[in-house]
Design a protein around this ligand. Structure first.
Ligand SMILES: *[C@@H]1O[C@H](CO)[C@@H](O)[C@H](O)[C@H]1NC(C)=O
Ligand SMILES: *[C@@H]1O[C@H](CO)[C@@H](O)[C@H](O)[C@H]1NC(C)=O
Ligand SMILES: *[C@@H]1O[C@H](CO)[C@@H](O)[C@H](O)[C@H]1NC(C)=O
Ligand SMILES: *[C@@H]1O[C@H](CO)[C@@H](O)[C@H](O)[C@H]1NC(C)=O
Ligand SMILES: *[C@@H]1O[C@H](CO)[C@@H](O)[C@H](O)[C@H]1NC(C)=O
Ligand SMILES: *[C@@H]1O[C@H](CO)[C@@H](O)[C@H](O)[C@H]1NC(C)=O
Ligand SMILES: *[C@@H]1O[C@H](CO)[C@@H](O)[C@H](O)[C@H]1NC(C)=O
Length: 475
């Protein structure tokens, strides 16, 4: 069970408009732990908070507090107003490790550990839980991929989606649908009479999903999308093809409104079938394109490319191998999906370590499934060769009420905010305004963008002012 400890305070930077800013007693400027991020033209990125412990998923409550799951420590609450006062840290451990969600009315908070999902009554005004935790779901205590992403449907009230990964790189138990491994399920938490068992209860949205940490609901159709961290060290017909295969996936899981999407609850391939990224380096690649599912290892009479293409659900989009997508959040308009890429370890030249945008229209990505340029880089590390040790590593995303995009970096203990340089809402940025004057071409997902003039010169429509903020905590 999570435990509760006394309040603590953290140093914290609030973003305030230049006209309304005031300097608090502990005013300083936070600088990123590593090199400042590079950013696409027309965009700006600033550090908002530092010194956090492995910040993972983030969410705003109805009073504007930013709730942060600090992996292994608990949930912290960052207030964006300047409260002044002293800045001290304290705390105690907890098993909460990633997932966080709020009810639509903002009065119930949900969080997950490797084993369980809990709910608390929550008061956004004080940013405190007003009840002890209630366990809603259990039976998930498996090893290796232990985050349990939570997402409450806006379209099917009461349905809480829970994403659970595999127990190893190649988890053979995931072939067994009753194992509960590598699945996304939805649970009706309106009235939980008895604690749900993940393996035996819930509505299956998909299985054969190695570790789909990011889950999102498209705001205009209610379509459920996830982003999957695919396999490492992949072999095919005796050759090691892991450098650029398989691709990371964006999968579509249909709707929760009762309309049965034909592939809902289907198997998405893992641990037998994977999506091609660099087709040229795959042996026996006849008929493969970017995103085509193909068999791992030596093809045989049960697991082969034909099986992978006919009996397994293909991804809707494929991204460069090993970039490790961890969150996906749509803008309100449904025209852009923002995706964090935590970054690679299983590749000679590090890749990922960035925030990208994918264009959507009418509930689907604009790019075809065989595209290898669907992700537009917005914020990246300047020099990926210095990753992971000297890089920020994007994890969670959250929109604030002003349409600014907040992003956590667990490895550096930081929270960044991403805004449009011209002061317009990042949430309202549509595909045509993501990269002004970029024409139809997208920046290759492989190359980091150069810092904009604004970022280089430190010019910005925002002024960063320190504030010291009460960190009301659930442990
Ligand atoms: C808040 O939650 C913690 C457990 O996470 C619990 O110990 C504490 O009692 C809760 N607070 C209230 C007011 O119930
Ligand atoms: C969830 O359960 C509640 C109460 O049993 C019910 O009214 C609601 O329709 C259910 N939601 C869905 C999406 O099935
Ligand atoms: C469910 O949502 C889909 C996509 O928005 C829509 O086409 C379908 O008609 C909806 N079904 C119901 C029962 O509302
Ligand atoms: C591929 O596997 C399927 C069953 O999964 C089987 O029917 C088919 O014969 C296999 N193809 C070859 C060439 O072995
Ligand atoms: C076919 O290949 C799969 C994946 O490598 C393996 O798990 C399975 O045991 C093989 N089946 C046979 C009959 O060789
Ligand atoms: C999103 O915004 C664009 C540009 O303002 C507009 O053309 C489009 O219709 C909007 N889409 C939706 C689903 O609201
Ligand atoms: C995308 O595919 C094209 C054609 O196969 C290739 O030339 C290009 O290098 C690929 N881009 C990336 C980013 O892999």
């Amino acid at each position: 069970m999570p435990r509760f400890s006394s309040l603590f305070l953290l140093p914290f930077l609030a973003l305030v408009n230049a006209q309304t800013s005031s300097t608090a007693s502990c005013s300083t400027t936070l600088t990123p732990k590593n090199a400042a991020p590079s950013v696409a033209p027309g965009w700006d990125v600033k550090l908002v908070a530092a010194g956090l412990t492995n910040p993972r998923a983030i969410i705003f409550d109805s009073s504007g507090h930013l709730l942060v799951v600090q992996q292994g420590k608990g949930i912290g609450s960052l207030s964006l107003t300047d409260n002044g006062g002293s800045c001290v840290t304290a705390g105690s451990p907890s098993d909460l490790n990633h997932g966080i969600e709020l009810s639509i009315d903002g009065k119930t908070l949900y969080a997950s550990s490797a084993e369980a999902v809990y709910a608390w009554d929550y008061d956004a005004g004080s940013s405190k839980n007003t009840s002890a935790p209630r366990q809603l779901i259990g039976g998930m205590s498996t090893s290796d991929h232990t985050t349990r992403t939570l997402l409450l449907s806006r379209w099917a009230p009461g349905m809480l989606m829970v994403s659970r990964g595999s127990t190893s790189n190649l988890d053979q138990q995931a072939e067994d649908i009753t194992s509960g491994h590598s699945q996304i399920k939805a649970f009706n938490i309106t009235n939980v009479a008895a604690i749900y068992n993940y393996d035996t209860d819930g509505v299956l949205l998909g299985w054969g999903l190695r570790n789909s940490v990011g889950v999102a609901e498209e705001p205009h159709t209610g379509g459920i999308y996830s982003v999957e961290n695919s396999v490492d060290e992949m072999m095919r017909e005796g050759q090691n093809i892991h450098e650029d295969n398989p691709g990371e996936e964006m999968n579509f899981h249909g709707y929760l409104n009762g309309t049965k999407y034909v592939q809902q609850g289907g198997n998405y391939g893992y641990p037998s079938c994977f999506a091609a990224w660099d087709v040229g380096t795959i042996p026996d690649n006849t008929g493969l394109q970017v995103g085509t599912q193909f068999a791992i290892g030596d093809q045989n009479t049960t697991i082969n490319d034909t099986f992978c293409q006919t009996d397994r659900v293909a991804p809707r989009l494929t991204f460069q191998a090993h970039m490790a997508p961890l969150d996906i959040k749509f803008n309100d308009n449904g025209s852009v999906a923002w995706i964090t890429f935590h970054g690679s370890w299983d590749r000679t030249n590090p890749i990922g370590y960035k925030l990208s945008a994918v264009e959507f229209a009418n509930g689907s990505p604009i790019a075809p499934a065989n595209s290898n340029t669907s992700a537009i880089d917005i914020v990246a590390n300047l020099d990926n060769s210095k990753c992971p040790d000297s890089c920020f590593r994007p994890v969670g995303l959250a929109w604030d009420s002003q349409g600014r995009l907040f992003m956590s970096s667990d490895a550096t203990g930081e929270i960044y905010v991403v805004v449009k340089s011209d002061g317009s809402s990042a949430n309202a940025a549509t595909p045509s305004s993501i990269l002004p004057a970029s024409g139809t071409g997208h920046s290759a997902s492989a190359s980091a963008t150069k810092p904009s003039a604004a970022a280089r010169n430190g010019l910005s429509v925002w002024v960063v002012v320190i504030a010291c903020v009460v960190f009301g905590v659930f442990y």
